[in-house]
Design a protein around this ligand. Structure first.
Ligand code: PXL
Length: 282
């Protein structure tokens, strides 16, 4: 069974990060191996939260993995607790990202034009260093703008124009460099639709879905987990993005209909079966 190391936090409430990635990767028939960055009572969008930063535990944790000569088919990184932790993850990549390891970097740091409260410039700078090592990047529009040094306000001011998608694709193209061959810009709002743009050196394609309500906690984490699992299983980016989008569209439709608070995340549990296909079982 393919192993995927998931470098992300464990939040008790909010259905995000590891609590999103673990069930998704398991349903896809891959082994999710968590490398926890922090343990939180709940994700940071709620009014308050408890956070135990695990930066100083990572070395001992990784040392045990080293002893076992474990090989990862995929590595997925997400929420980080400190800039120092990002350095440890860069070292982890040097050792555990082999020629046969797919590295998907979800550059978690911002949404809706705002950097998360727990992220500062130093940490955002380190995320950019991680992003440069990735094979696949999954920024939302805000994260894309930070990585590319583009104004979010100026870019989103073009929303509604015919050239909007091309403009976003042009911004993303600037990040295609070295190992970074594919960028999936997630959750772009266009009127009553959500657009996900797949950007490669060959151009861009868009996968659209209906839009329900605002942004929900954990959506990006669910998306990156489906994408990573399917790519590690050898599926194309288009197939993987379609699957992630249909899964999220159904989950978010129910979440919206129930009036769930955005901080409580998406009712994805009822839709995990959409990720199953006959090839998962031998
Ligand atoms: O879903 C991204 C995310 C992950 N982990 C934590 C967060 C957030 C977004 O707010 O707070 C702890």
């Amino acid at each position: 069974m393919q192993k995927i190391a998931v470098v992300n936090d464990m939040s008790g409430l909010g259905r995000c990060s590891l609590t999103a990635a673990m069930p998704v990767l398991s349903v896809l028939g891959t082994e999710c191996c968590p490398l926890p960055t922090a343990i939180l009572s709940n994700q940071t969008g709620y009014d308050s939260f408890f956070c135990a930063d695990l930066t100083d535990k990572m070395e001992a944790y990784i040392a045990e993995w080293r002893k076992r000569s474990v090989h990862f088919d995929g590595i997925l990184t997400g929420y980080l607790a400190s800039a120092e932790q990002a350095d440890r993850i860069l070292t982890f990549l040097n050792e555990f990202k082999t020629e046969t390891t797919l590295y998907v970097c979800d550059p978690v740091m911002a949404d809706d034009g705002r950097v998360y409260d727990t992220y500062d410039d130093a940490l955002c700078g380190k995320i950019a260093m991680l992003a440069a090592r990735a094979d696949v990047l999954t920024p939302n529009l805000t994260e894309l703008c930070i990585l590319a040094g583009t104004s979010y306000e100026m870019l989103t001011a073009e929303s509604g124009t015919a050239a909007y998608m091309q403009k976003i694709a042009d911004v993303a193209s600037a990040l295609l460099c070295g190992s970074v061959q594919t960028i999936v810009v997630t959750g772009v709002r266009v009127q009553d639709e959500i657009c996900n743009l797949i950007v490669t050196e060959h151009g861009y394609s868009a996968v659209r879905s209906r839009r329900f309500g605002g942004s929900y906690s954990g959506t990006g984490d669910l998306f990156s987990a489906v994408l990573t699992g399917e790519l590690v299983r050898g599926k194309t980016v288009m197939f993987a993005v379609e699957k992630a989008v249909r899964f999220l569209e159904a989950s978010i439709a129910e979440t919206y209909a129930r009036g769930t608070d955005r901080n409580d995340g998406v009712n994805f549990q009822n839709y995990l079966e959409m990720l199953l296909d006959e090839k998962v079982r031998p």
